[in-house]
Design a protein around this ligand. Structure first.
Ligand SMILES: Cc1ncc(C[n+]2csc(CCOP(=O)(O)OP(=O)(O)O)c2C)c(N)n1
Ligand SMILES: [Mg+2]
Length: 718
């Protein structure tokens, strides 16, 4: 046997195999076979009801093992697709780790039993566990790659990121690249095009691997992609290096990927490898492809199966004897069986762990450390001036902060900065920041809201602190998937291995007299309903400063709602309270003390409640007003203390009344403070329609001072 191997080695010519040596070729086969056997084993376990879901990587193995040869775990960054078992194995995720996820064990290193199998993740290897939402990952990869280039320019940011919680995940290497993959179907999501556009605009070293198995569940490619070829469709993206290959052929894939990876490492721009693969095991165990693929289709696919194909190739090339292949396969079978037995005996997650990692355990934004006394100094600033001043001071302190969004820069064409005053946001909330901190830290993005949030997610995963702006809440909806399924979930679904502390600033609300339907929307409950997301809404300039600083210094994702109508009011101004002024989340402000009726409110309704309270003094009714300031978390203690004093409660809010923020507060008051109440709990809110353009209609739709006065009078008389 030994002499046989030697004889083969002497005849071996690596140039025939793109420079790959014999051991590597054997390793390719071993990993492909291991990947397939793990799928087979999981399928068996699913049929025995020992695991609860299975989706295979069958048919995709060759191109993925080839990628694994060229990419460096713990050095490059990875945003893999659920078909990427063979890549995950190549990078160092073990069969045992994979089976731990399949059984849902607490020791599953990707998610501690929270994610379905095949959602690969490993902090040490820089493999970021993804969601099941297909296509979102492309934007995260773009953001992560922007972090690579950012760290090259701002080494202090790397140090600061390393000192932050989870700093051990922060790394940077000069020629690192980002890998992201997806299926042919996933390229139909708008996020894919937003990602390609951003990657090409920034000439970012992202490697896009499109694993085209010709189907998205049952939908064939010619019904999915115009012209049937994604590589042809994106052929004109500038600086995008494109390769098309037979992804069932490990060597051809290796050659294509070698060129693509070199393009990225040399910082010449992104690359897209379009690999044609097969999907012989149906979409998942919940699918039966016989329902939509003919026997002839399936037969043709079977001929291209990369695993037997490569085994045969090794024998034909004289690299392995058939008996050696058999020995290798037996060894793999044994490894899989052993890993299965161990995984089936692994500990399950405890029910007590359910709430772990919804929010940061290290930084509690409600804690005393965020209580501070304002050191007021200088002229009265409006709320919008307070945004830019607070951001400017935080950016000086923390080089990890980047400000991004539509129109947030002063002037994208830097050379013109000396000739123009600068834009700095449609409301001027970020004015002067680009001029002061440069275009790498303050930059305009394309009009792509999912792109803004998705890229910020990728940056934050790498340790940066993006403060992203959504220009109007009315246009936040394309980003909803990124906010709900990604931003809020990164920490929880990775069992605390990754985090995503992005601050998303959003201009919100009406009372604009002419804002109309699409510049007046509220909608905070869409976000308070999302666990993992903090929601903040200041009503004064002082609170804006303290709460924005807390949002930035905390370690959770924050949706920071800035009311447009409050940006420039004379009544809520404040001198600047100092560079370290913070306000803890979850602490309401008593805007007015009173004894007869409590009004629980926030945002632009606070002032309307104050006007109502002043009017009600004449009736001899004493109103207490709580400005919640943060909507998640919210200050239940303050609400309870107030209602148990006044015994009457109104929840007043600008958004539409039904199913609104007041529903939750009113329900909880009824539930927990029932014995304290002398009257029903009232809601004063917008009518259940849209905010119209004409002020006459707008005034009738949004809650006004007289609506509050009327409600208080009714309750006081009850
Ligand atoms: C945003 C989103 N829409 C729908 C789904 C349901 N779904 C899961 S996989 C899939 C098909 C994906 O096809 P493709 O990208 O070609 O990957 P393949 O499974 O063929 O490898 C669909 C529609 C999803 N996960 N995410
Ligand atoms: Mg597909």
């Amino acid at each position: 046997m030994a002499s046989q191997v030697k004889a083969k080695t002497s005849r071996f010519d690596a140039t025939k195999y793109h420079g790959l040596d014999r051991d590597t070729l054997i390793r390719i086969y071993r990993t492909m076979f291991l990947s397939r056997r793990l799928d087979d084993r999981e399928i068996q376990l699913k049929r025995q009801n020992k695991i609860f879901f299975q989706i295979s990587g069958a048919g995709h193995e060759a191109v993925l093992v080839a990628a694994g040869l060229l990419l460096k775990p713990g050095y490059d960054w990875f945003f893999p697709y659920y078909r990427d078992r063979a890549l995950a194995l190549s990078l160092g995720i073990t069969p045992y780790d994979m089976l731990l996820q399949a059984v849902g064990s607490k020791d599953d290193p990707s998610s501690a039993g929270r994610q379905m199998p095949s959602h690969w993740g490993n902090r040490r290897l820089n493999i970021v566990p993804g969601a099941s939402a297909t296509g979102m990952q492309y934007l995260h990869a773009v953001g992560a790659t922007e972090a690579s280039l950012y760290y090259e320019k701002f080494p202090k940011a790397v140090d600061q990121a390393r000192k932050a919680p989870l700093g051990e995940t922060v790394s940077h290497h000069r020629d690192e690249i980002t890998y992201v993959s997806g299926g042919d179907g996933s390229t139909s999501e708008g996020e894919f095009y937003e990602a390609l556009n951003a990657a090409c605009l920034g000439r970012l070293p992202v490697l896009f691997l499109i694993e085209d198995n010709g189907y998205a569940i049952s939908v064939p490619i010619e019904f999915q992609t115009a012209g049937g070829s994604i590589s042809k469709l994106v052929g004109h993206f500038p600086s995008l290096h494109i390769e098309e290959c037979d992804g069932t052929d490990a060597l051809e894939s290796y050659a294509s990927l070698t060129r693509a990876v070199a393009h990225c490492r040399a910082r010449r721009g992104p690359a897209l490898v379009h690999a044609h693969v097969i999907r012989p095991y149906s979409h998942s165990l919940s699918d039966d492809e016989k329902l939509y693929k003919t026997p002839a289709d399936r037969e043709a696919e079977a001929h291209r199966d990369p695993v037997p194909k490569f085994g045969l190739f090794l024998v034909r090339e004289g690299i392995l004897e058939e008996s050696e292949i058999e020995a290798l396969e037996t060894e793999v079978e044994r490894e899989v069986l052993e890993a299965t037995d161990r995984a089936l005996g692994a500990e399950l997650p405890s029910v007590d762990s359910l709430h772990d990692f919804v929010y940061s355990a290290e930084v509690d934004p409600t804690a005393k450390q965020f209580e501070a006394t304002p050191k007021l100094n200088g002229h009265q600033k409006t709320m919008v001036e307070m945004v830019s001043t607070t951001l400017a001071d935080e950016m000086a302190r923390d080089e990890r902060i980047v400000v991004m969004g539509e129109d947030v820069a002063d002037c994208s064409r830097e050379e013109n900065l000396t000739h123009v005053k600068g834009k700095g946001g449609v409301f001027k909330a970020t004015t002067g920041l680009q001029r002061r901190y440069g275009s790498a830290r303050v930059f305009n993005t394309p009009i792509a809201e999912a792109g803004i949030v998705g890229r910020a997610i990728g940056m934050a995963i790498r340790g940066l602190k993006p403060v992203a702006e959504i220009q109007f809440l009315d246009y936040i909806w394309p980003a909803m998937m990124q906010l709900r399924d990604e931003l809020a979930l990164v920490r929880w679904r990775s069992a605390g291995h990754f985090k995503c502390p992005v601050v998303v600033r959003v201009a919100t609300g009406g009372y604009l007299s002419g804002g109309g339907i699409y510049h007046s929307q509220s909608g905070e409950v869409m976000f308070t309903h999302v666990p993992g997301l903090r929601v903040v809404m200041p009503s004064t300039a002082l609170d804006l400063c303290g709460l924005l600083r807390t949002a930035i210094r905390a370690d959770d994702p924050v949706l920071f709602l800035e009311h447009k109508h409050l940006y420039r009011q004379p009544y809520n101004r404040s001198p600047y309270p100092g560079v370290d002024f913070t306000i803890p989340f979850g602490k309401a402000r008593v805007a007015r003390e009173g004894t007869d009726v409590s009004i629980i409110t926030y945002g632009a309704v606070v002032h309307r409640a104050e006007l109502a309270a002043a009017e009600l003094v004449r009736d001899g009714v004493s109103v207490e007003i709580l400005d919640l300031r943060t909507l998640n978390p919210y200050d239940w203690e303050a609400i309870a203390a107030s209602v148990s004093k006044t015994n009457r409660a109104i929840v007043a809010y600008e958004d539409t009344r039904s199913w609104g923020y007041g529903a939750e507060i009113a329900a909880r008051i009824a539930d927990e403070l029932f014995d304290d109440l002398d009257a029903p709990v009232r809601r004063v809110a917008a009518q259940d329609t849209f905010c119209a353009y004409h002020p006459k209609l707008e005034n009738a739709i949004l809650p006004q001072t007289h609506d509050i006065v009327r409600a208080v009078r009714e309750l006081a008389a009850y």
